[in-house]
Ligand binder design. Sequence first.
Ligand SMILES: NC(=O)c1ccc[n+]([C@@H]2O[C@H](COP(=O)([O-])OP(=O)(O)OC[C@H]3O[C@@H](n4cnc5c(N)ncnc54)[C@H](O)[C@@H]3O)[C@@H](O)[C@H]2O)c1
Length: 295
Amino acid sequence: MDIQRVGIVGCGLMGSGIAQCAAEAGCQVWVKEAEESFLAKGLARIHGAWDRAVAKGKVTEGQRSAWQKNLQGTLSFATLADCDLVVEAIPERLDLKLQTFAELDRILGPAAILCTNTSSLSVAQIGPVLEPTRLGRFAGLHFFNPVPVMPLVEIIRTLATTEETLAALRGFVQGLGKTAVMAPDAPGFVVNRLLVPYLLDAIRCAEQRLATPEDIDAAMKLGCGHPMGPLHLSDFIGLDTMQSVAEVLFDAFGEPRFKAPSLLRQLVASGRLGRKTGSGFYRWEGEKRLEALSL
Ligand SMILES: NC(=O)c1ccc[n+]([C@@H]2O[C@H](COP(=O)([O-])OP(=O)(O)OC[C@H]3O[C@@H](n4cnc5c(N)ncnc54)[C@H](O)[C@@H]3O)[C@@H](O)[C@H]2O)c1
C-alpha cells in the first residue's frame, strides 16, 4: 500500500514535526487540531522552520511553496476521511485518545491505517474502541523529539497488526528519510526502556554528590561520545515528563532502576521542570543552557 494522504491529529510539538516531515516527503497532509489558536500556532511553527531553511539557503523558494501546498489545517475530523494513514499525536491521556480513535474509526475508509504516537501507553489498550475489522491496520508509530531532526521511528505492532500494515508503515517511514525499528508493545518500547534507567541513574549520581552536574554531563559526553550529557538531556525532555515515564515503567516492571529518585520528585514539586520553565538541573534562556543550579 502506498501512503499518499496523511492525517495528523494534534499539531503540538510532535504532531507539527510529523506533519512537517510528511509534507516535505511529498505526502498530502491534513493536520487536525482542537482549536483555531492551537492550529495557527502549530502551522506557524512549521512555516517558520521552512522560512528559516530558505533564509539559510538550505531550501529553494520553489521547494518551500511545494511543501506549503502539501500542508493543510483543519478543525474537523471529517476532513481526514480520505486519508490512507492517520497518526494521532494528542496529549498522553488514555480517555482523550480513546475518544479520538473511536471518532477516526467511524469516519475513515476501511483501507486506512491508524497509528498512535504514544510514548508510554499500551498501544493494544486503544484497540477496543476500534471496529474488529480495523485492528489489523492499527499500530504504534513512535517518533522522537525534535521530529525533523531525529532519524528513528519505532513501529509497534499489536498481536492483531498485519504484515501488510507493517510493510506500509516501513515504507512510509523510509519515505520520510528515517529509519524504522520494530519495538514490542511493552512499556518504554526499546529506546525509553534503555534510556530512562540510565537518566535516572545519572540523577541518583547527582543526588549522592558523586560529581557536579556539569562533570556528570561532561563525563558522558566526552567519555562516551554522547551528543549531550544525561542531566542536560533530562532538562531538555522535561523533569515532569521524566517522572511520569519513570512511574509508568516502575509500575510495569517493579525494578528499582525504574524508580524516580527523590531529587527528581523534589525538583518537579518545586516547579524546576527543566528547559521549559527556565530551570531544572541548569538555568536556561530559551534553548541556551546556562550554569548548573544548586541542588
Ligand atoms: N514530547 C515528546 O518528546 C514526545 C516524544 C514522543 C512521543 N510523544 C507523544 O506524542 C503525543 C503528543 O505529545 P506532544 O508533546 O506533541 O504534546 P503537545 O501537548 O505539544 O501537543 C498535543 C496537541 O494535541 C492537541 N489536541 C488535543 N486534543 C485534540 C483533539 N481532540 N483533536 C486534535 N488535536 C487535539 C492539543 O491542542 C495540542 O496542540 C503524546 O502521546 C506524547 O506521549 C511525545
